[in-house]
Design a protein around this ligand. Sequence first.
Ligand code: ARG
Length: 481
Amino acid sequence: MVTTMSTQPPAADATASSPKGGANKMWGGRFAKAPAELMAAINNSLPIDQRLLHEDIAGSIAHATMLGQVGIITDEEARTLCDGLAGIKADAIAGRLRFDDQAEDIHMAVEAALTERVGAVGGKLHTARSRNDQVATDFRLWLRTQCTAMHDKIKELQGVLLDHAEGHAHTVMPGFTHLQVAQPVSLAHHLLAYVHALGRDRTRFADAAKRMNECPLGAAALAGTPFPIDREATAAALGFDRPCGNAMDAVSARDFALETVSAAVIATTTLSRWAEEIVIWSNPRFGFVDLPDDWSTGSSIMPQKRNPDAAELIRAKPGVVLGSYVGLATIMKGLPMAYSKDLQEDKVTTFRAVDETTLAIDVMTAMTKSMTFSPDAMRDALEQGYPTATDLADHLVSAHGVPFRDAHAITGRIVRRAEAMRCALSQLPITEMQAEFPSITEAVRPKLDVTASMATRNSQGGTAPETTLNAIAAQRAQLSE
Ligand code: ARG
């Protein structure tokens, strides 16, 4: 630990009970020899779980306080333990804490640091608990914080998309199906689609945080404890809604991590879809969006290149996060009750998923903020795609009483004429249309205009500017809830 720690002699009582042959100080009583080097290599988790330091200290302070309150240790001892733990935390924040590299995991490292600091009374901290309930508590505390952080970050991204949307309720662009021009929509309508999806992604993290908010502490190894502990007190002190109801479940459940990581898979999948659109839209063939220099990268050989690397990396993240999910689910599958050491590997996969997801959201938010859109390029692409063909067919139905199926066929032939003349439908001479449907008149012309077409789609959730502006306001209201 504190490098000093491993080099200093152990406290007097600790020496008295310490095992022979350098066996583990915490559990070596029945062992004559220390673990083999390779045994230690596979067993030691400190490099990974030291991330749980602050949660471990918080859990231990709650536990020590409760032990004092119910009289399992004296008030004086409880105070000594809590002060010692607070001192370790202060050292960690100041960058002074060094873990004993012999420590098997974060829980033992903290206890060793505590005992070094306060003497033999440090050994009383582990009364009426086990590392099994301890690690489950630490992990839930950590993940609860991360769920809130990811939730809030997604909210920020939604805000950035809404800012862009607000300025583009009248910006007309091709709405795509099959990535082929379908109907005119506003850029705001397109961006709002992501705002809605991200709203579900964000609340999935909030739901996971709520469901995991039960406290394992006091479950001890798996069976509970004969000591008169107060689980309600420790649960409340750590901000949990209640203690976990079954001690075996408490120490062995990791569905809260599976749920969070699955929410991360889904959230990064949404991000990857927007990322893919950024890749497509920033291609000069589309030119819908301009990524500034600081969000583009160059090629080491092709001087002209401007690559959307960040978007491509975000596009790849669901692969990485799903890998974590599969890893974690595979670790959990078929594990008998209650604790098994397999569960130590849960943190490797979960930390990775959370880190990658957090990075992906942060990058997407910053990159989206930096983008500028090109309404001209959007309109050009739109005009080339006969996006008002549906409006023409609808006009034949409503103004001329043509059955829709026939109107569809007539319109298809009119589109072919426009294609042959290389012009937009709105530009096609009326005589060309009359060649396919003699009674059509110039009254159709306004229907072929993309902006007018967009404005007609004012059904709830539609792309008409007025409808979209109301939807933006409603989403803003949800964000400020
Ligand atoms: N480092 C262990 C983990 O992460 C802590 C619990 C160890 N419990 C045990 N019975 N060996 O799961």
